[in-house]
Ligand binder design. Structure first.
Ligand code: HEC
Ligand code: HEC
Ligand code: HEC
Ligand code: HEC
Length: 181
């Protein structure tokens, strides 16, 4: 942390505060990614809940989390990319660090924590719904569409923050998990 502060300070004016990186200036969406449920028709969000991406077409009053396995039956190609990514292993990383039950760590390493339906089995990873939003209504009626996301870091920076992922840039990170047609 000290090293981070010093190196940031060296590049810009001397400061005791961490400086936002260029990508944070570019994507002023961190606040959007953390818009609480009530703004989308859902119940209040507790501190330490998983960040919410700026998904579209998700009715927060009725949609619940179903888990990545339920998506995989219909989206085989996306599922293949996802299951070989580090997102699919995110809870094992915490376990390996001896922090698999630490509530301060879980919110970004699991899916849907603190949100309706976010406490069922099959969510102990950064699953499809961590980015696309709870998918029960879509899985039941796929033609209705759901979970459309922009081609930028808006769905990422709630978790990939300056502190947790200082090297994050959309252009560098998306290709590693890209699954659009
Ligand atoms: C029963 C089959 C089925 C299931 C289950 C399913 N989908 Fe879909 N999904 C579809 C179909 C069909 C479409 C629309 C056709 C298309 O564009 O591929 C679609 C479209 C999408 C889109 C694009 C939406 C748009 O409007 O462009 C996303 C994102 C998506 N699904 C994600 C998911 C996720 C995440 C899950 C699990 C929560 C899931 N799907 C579960 C069949 C399914
Ligand atoms: C719910 C939180 C969350 C969201 C949202 C999220 N990530 Fe992640 N991401 C993580 C975590 C946690 C890890 C580390 C997993 C591990 O190592 O076990 C990670 C790791 C990664 C890695 C691997 C990095 C490496 O060093 O190998 C890539 C690439 C990545 N994410 C891309 C993205 C992109 C692109 C988006 C947005 C479209 C995104 N992530 C959205 C939590 C998230
Ligand atoms: C704000 C969201 C967030 C929280 C909270 C969070 N992490 Fe992470 N974590 C991430 C992301 C994003 C990555 C992937 C970083 C990358 O590769 O760019 C990650 C990666 C990791 C890694 C892989 C090594 C690394 O540094 O890339 C470990 C270990 C880890 N986290 C442990 C923890 C622990 C322990 C806690 C609790 C003290 C925690 N995380 C809390 C988002 C988070
Ligand atoms: C780390 C965040 C993240 C995860 C996890 C994730 N997606 Fe996506 N997905 C995105 C983003 C961002 C886009 C839009 C990218 C673009 O348009 O450039 C997208 C696009 C899609 C599309 C639409 C493709 C298109 O071109 O219209 C489908 C379908 C989809 N994802 C399904 C899934 C399924 C199924 C899973 C899980 C197996 C999954 N995604 C996991 C972030 C994610």
């Amino acid at each position: 942390m000290i090293i981070l502060l010093l190196s940031c300070g060296a590049r810009t004016a001397p400061s005791t505060e961490p400086q936002p990186t260029a990508y944070h200036d570019q994507f002023t969406v961190a606040a959007v990614a953390r818009v609480p449920d009530p703004a989308r028709g859902g119940p209040p969000v507790h501190d330490g809940a998983s960040p919410l991406p700026p998904f579209l077409g998700v009715d927060r009053a009725t949609a619940r989390y179903v888990g990545a396995e339920a998506c995989s039956t219909c989206h085989a190609e996306a599922a293949e990319v996802w299951s070989s990514s580090r997102h699919a292993d995110s809870i094992r990383t915490l376990d390996a660090a001896g922090r698999g039950h630490d509530p301060r760590c879980l919110s970004c390493h699991v899916t849907g924590m603190g949100h309706p339906g976010g406490d069922r089995p099959g969510l102990a990873m950064v699953g499809c719904e961590a980015c696309h939003g709870p998918g029960s209504t879509h899985a039941a009626a796929p033609a209705s569409g759901y979970g459309v996301l922009p081609s930028d870091g808006a769905a990422c920076v709630g978790c990939h923050t300056h502190d947790t992922s200082p090297d994050f840039r959309w252009q560098a990170y998306w290709p590693a998990i890209s699954h659009s047609r």
